[in-house]
Design a protein around this ligand. Structure first.
Ligand SMILES: Cc1ncc(COP(=O)(O)O)c(C=O)c1O
Length: 362
């Protein structure tokens, strides 16, 4: 084939997701494996969401509501912004993509913290723009470093709060100073995929700074605390001008009817959300204590996942744990060669993880 593909597309390394359970079981001929590799919610979906999804299957012969009317209204009530500020996406991943494709062109620069969520770089490159990397300082996003990287070509900045994979947060004070200094042509995107898990009172919630003047976009998802990763639904909250631009390139039915119904019901299931958050906090405290008593170092987190220092090659520990039916994430490719990342599981999964880790480290 003689394909003419832009160099900037060829420069993209495909995203590698956490290994699926089914794949592990097929490859290693085992069953009963556990996955703590994709920061998912271990409890399952909200029962109210499942009921709403079942009900909406009756109308699968129809196209979804392309405007997402009902869900957008529920989100609007939840966050206190009018529906026109909200754009739904097939996961918040899709909104990252929409922002890149609608707003960027070759020659533009986008500042990305590293390490952080890998989809920012993929989408920025996909739009032909240039990623400019701002390394973390002490595992935290360094806003001063980001400011230093700004040039007249900077069009967008991604902030991941809390940051994946380090679990650190940006403080209100730092964010406030940062956003005040932003030139009006630079869009600041704050990805809050894990915001529901944060316990630190100083962590900024970017919606508090959203108005129609500041080019600020907040991303939220139903994939994590709401337990609906498989449905693919998330949203962005943004000034009307940016929402209007995204809606020009949004596919007419980008979020499906099951996802809209499930997310709407999940948003109203406050008891479920509280249960998930408590489980994550209890699980984290349990894991911290256990790791402390084993003398294993880790970085405390504001999310449902955290980094553990295995003091050995993380890829080898990952492989060894796979053979024991436990999927974790090696952080080698993120620049932390001796760290693995795990998310909190159910209590029995956490216990099994600890046993497997001890065995792998022995
Ligand atoms: C920081 C961050 N943002 C966005 C996403 C993607 O979320 P969604 O499932 O809504 O596409 C993830 C998923 O792992 C993530 O870690």
């Amino acid at each position: 084939m003689k394909l003419s593909v832009p160099d900037y597309i060829l420069s993209i390394k495909p995203y590698t997701p956490g290994k699926p359970l089914e794949e592990l079981e097929r490859e290693y001929g085992i069953d009963d494996s556990i996955k703590l590799a994709s920061n998912e919610n271990p409890i399952g979906p909200s029962p109210l969401a499942v009921a709403a999804i079942k009900e909406s299957t009756k109308k699968l012969n129809r196209y979804p509501d392309g405007s997402g009317h009902d869900l957008i209204r529920k989100i609007s009530n939840h966050i206190g912004f009018s529906p026109q500020h909200i754009v739904l996406g097939n996961g918040s991943d899709e909104i990252i993509g929409m922002l890149a494709f609608a707003m960027l062109q070759p020659g533009d620069e986008v500042i990305l913290p590293v390490p952080s969520f890998l989809m920012y770089e993929i989408m920025v490159r996909g739009a032909g723009a240039t990623p400019v990397f701002a390394p973390l300082t002490s595992l935290s996003i360094d806003l001063e470093e980001i400011k230093k990287k700004m040039t007249s070509k900077t069009r967008m900045i991604f902030l991941c709060n809390p940051n994946n994979p380090t679990g650190t947060v940006i403080s209100k004070k730092d964010f406030e100073n940062f956003i005040q200094e932003m030139p009006s042509g630079v869009i600041v995107v704050v990805d809050e995929a894990y915001i529901e898990f944060v316990r630190d009172q100083n962590c900024v919630k970017s919606l508090e700074y959203l108005d129609n003047i500041t080019p600020l976009v907040t991303l939220r998802t139903f994939s994590k605390a709401y337990g609906l990763a498989g449905l693919r639904i998330g949203y962005g909250v943004m000034p009307l001008e940016i929402a209007d631009i995204l809606n020009r390139i949004r596919l007419p039915f980008n979020t499906n009817s099951l996802a809209q119904a499930g997310a709407g019901a999940a948003l109203e299931d406050k008891i479920f959300l509280e249960k998930v958050i408590s489980l994550v906090h209890e699980g984290l405290d349990f894991l911290y204590n256990a790791l402390d008593s084993l003398g294993i170092n880790y970085f405390p987190t504001q999310t449902n996942f955290f980094l553990i220092d295995v003091r050995k090659d993380a890829d080898e520990i990952y492989e060894d744990m796979l053979r024991q039916g436990v999927i974790v994430r090696s952080m080698k490719s993120y620049g932390y060669p001796n760290y693995i990342r795990i998310n909190v599981g159910l209590h029995e999964e956490n216990v099994r993880f600890l046993k497997a880790l001890e065995k792998s480290l022995a």
